[in-house]
Design a protein around this ligand. Structure first.
Ligand SMILES: [Mg+2]
Length: 222
């Protein structure tokens, strides 16, 4: 199997939940919503309103804000790239994998400005061989088309196999499986209710990188 590793971005390579909390604190302060509003925003985020347009419609209604949901969402997308970080140990292990001959890519769903901004601001743009953002390509995980684009950007072909690492059971693990890749799931919540179990389950992306490194060191049998 070729040494190709595709990684999801949010809550895989970067701590989106941590950045979201920072954003919620700033937002509550800016709009003078009080501390309780922070919990409300976080709960709204965790309880399945990942689509930001819907999220900001609710937020606007709840806090009776004068700005439109679209404006609030745009401000969020401008700010988030400055709040996310990629931990140094994650960067170091990406570098290690590439030094061992791995091609490494990012495959992420989201708007062009927000996702591209995060990839740039964290320095990940220079730490990988390529990336594919759904908002730029017009196609979303789990569609195999986005996996094909990501692989190509890394100078690889899905036909040669490889790995997909991510935290979303359907977009990342289901999508990776359909794309013919082996999968590592970064556990968030429960797997129950999802088909196609991952090949490995870890709690941190660096553990997934260790698995890939060790697998790549095993001589392939022909
Ligand atoms: Mg994710």
């Amino acid at each position: 199997m070729q040494r190709l590793a595709l990684f999801d971005l949010d809550n895989t390579l970067i701590d989106l939940d941590g950045a979201f909390l920072s954003w919620a604190e700033e937002f509550a302060e800016e709009h003078r919503l009080g501390r309780k509003a922070i919990d409300h925003l976080v709960k709204l985020d965790r309880n399945g309103l990942p689509h930001r347009e819907l999220f900001f419609l609710k937020v606007r209604e709840r806090f009776k804000l004068s700005a439109s949901a679209r404006e609030l969402w745009a401000a969020y997308r401008r700010r988030m790239p400055h709040l996310v970080q990629c931990r140094p140990e994650v960067m170091a292990k990406l570098t290690e994998l590439r030094a061992l001959g791995w091609r490494v890519g990012i495959i992420t769903n989201g708007t062009a400005d927000n996702q591209f901004g995060k990839i740039q601001q964290t320095g990940l743009a220079d730490a990988v061989d390529g990336y594919a953002v759904s908002g730029i390509e017009g196609i979303r995980k789990p569609d195999v088309g986005l996996f094909e684009i990501a692989a190509r950007r890394c100078g690889a072909d899905l036909a040669g196999g490889g790995w997909m690492v991510g935290d979303h059971p359907v977009s990342d693990i289901g999508g990776g499986h359909t794309a013919g890749l082996r999968t590592v799931w970064i556990r968030r919540g429960s797997w129950a209710g999802h088909e196609r179990p991952p090949d490995h389950v870890v709690t941190d992306v660096t553990h997934a990188m260790d698995i890939l490194r060790d697998t790549g060191m095993t001589p392939e049998r022909h």
